[in-house]
Design a protein around this ligand. Structure first.
Ligand code: 13P
Ligand code: 13P
Ligand code: MG
Ligand code: MG
Length: 364
């Protein structure tokens, strides 16, 4: 069965501050999806949240960038924003950067990860969702999952993974894309992937079969809005088993709490902490950044699940380490590298301060 899996997300209001989502907003999302399922637009759906971001996970047969599906998501976010305003939630409608829907939510604020494929006899997929970080944060885990034999044993010892994977990398500032092949181009690939504020992996494909293996949201909110409105808080969908890495290989990179950008006011570096849904409510200095993983088995488009994949003591160590890194970085206060470099900061008083002090700067 040819199927499209669409994950569309937006921050339409935080509860309390930017820390979590209000249950009434999540309920509204579910009702809207339920109606679309009854109307035959969706095969199935799952509504969840990560911090203050509402997540719509949908299956259908209409393909990617479909106007009906994107409109459904947009209208759900609009209705949610109205409710968020009534509850006076924080930053109601934060990620809705346009007043009118024009066919596709791309470039309008919400994050989108979509993929179309023939559902296999058994189709395990993992939906990763993050809060308090930016789009390029999937680069390191995607590299490890699909290109690093020290992470993914299958690249070495499983015949169906041995041909490697290709990576579609987007330059989010210049709006260009390039596809590169692992393993033979990894050194060149890492020149780009290692700079995640500019280059983000949009998709990964199996080189053995050409099938889509992973898709992520790469929208940079600040570049769309031209100012800081909130962090991208991206999503990423990864297919697993068979011609793809095993579930444990897909989850393994998150045992390392890599340092990502985001956290307080979107302007700090912090550790990426893998958590269960119950722990996806970032409160310490509005963080540290979180990632959740919801696992599903697809059955003719039905989303069987989710299993809350990081709800496992084997990730306790990563969380503990993330807390240690958080402590260490916090002690830098307003100093780099905790604070982002000037050009990457979402907030700055630089022009204000410069203006005030203009007359006091002397030539050296
Ligand atoms: P305010 O200036 O609206 O309080 O925003 C701070 C903040 O929460 C960053 O998004
Ligand atoms: P969000 O992007 O999750 O809304 O967080 C904004 C922020 O500035 C937190 O300090
Ligand atoms: Mg918010
Ligand atoms: Mg958020």
């Amino acid at each position: 069965m040819r199927l499209t899996l669409s994950v569309i997300k937006a921050d339409i209001g935080g509860y309390v501050g930017h820390s979590s989502s209000h249950p009434d907003i999540v309920e509204l999302g579910r009702k809207s999806m339920e109606k679309a399922k009854k109307d035959g637009l969706l095969i199935d759906f799952h509504v969840t949240w990560c911090g203050d971001d509402l997540q719509l996970i949908m299956t259908h047969t209409l393909g990617e960038d479909n106007e009906k599906i994107h409109k459904l998501a947009w209208e759900t976010f609009e209705a949610g924003t109205e409710l968020a305003r009534k509850l006076k939630l924080y930053g109601a409608g934060q990620d809705l950067l346009s007043d009118a829907f024009s066919g596709n939510v791309k470039g309008m604020g919400p994050g989108v990860a979509e993929m179309t494929f023939d559902e296999r006899p058994s189709e395990p997929v993992i939906v990763f969702m993050a809060d308090k970080t930016s789009a390029g944060s999937w680069n390191l885990p995607l590299y490890k999952i699909f290109a690093d034999p020290f992470n993914t044993a299958g690249l070495v010892i499983a015949e169906n993974l041995h041909a490697g994977f290709s990576f579609e990398i987007h330059d989010v500032k210049e709006h260009k894309q390039i596809t590169m092949n692992a393993p033979e181009e990894i050194y060149s690939m890492l020149v780009f992937m290692g700079a995640p504020s500019r280059y983000a992996v949009k998709a990964v494909y199996s080189r053995g079969t050409g099938e889509i293996a992973a898709a992520s949201s790469t929208q940079r909110l600040s570049l769309i809005a031209g100012r800081y409105v909130g962090k991208d808080d991206p999503v990423c969908v990864v297919r697993s088993q068979g011609n793809f890495p095993a579930v444990g290989e897909v989850l393994e990179p998150f045992a390392f709490p890599q340092i990502v950008e985001g956290w307080m006011r979107g302007s700090h570096h912090g550790p990426f902490m893998p958590v269960s849904l119950a722990q996806a409510n970032p409160t310490r200095f509005d963080g540290p950044p979180r990632v959740i993983a919801m696992g599903f088995q697809l059955a003719n488009g039905r989303l069987i699940g989710p299993r809350d994949m990081f709800d496992d003591p084997s990730y306790d160590k990563a969380r503990e380490q993330a807390n240690e890194i958080a402590d260490y970085l916090r002690r830098h206060g307003p100093f780099e590298p905790h604070r982002l470099p000037l050009e990457e900061m979402e907030y700055t008083t630089m022009s204000l301060v410069m203006k005030k002090l203009a007359g006091r700067f002397k030539e050296l």
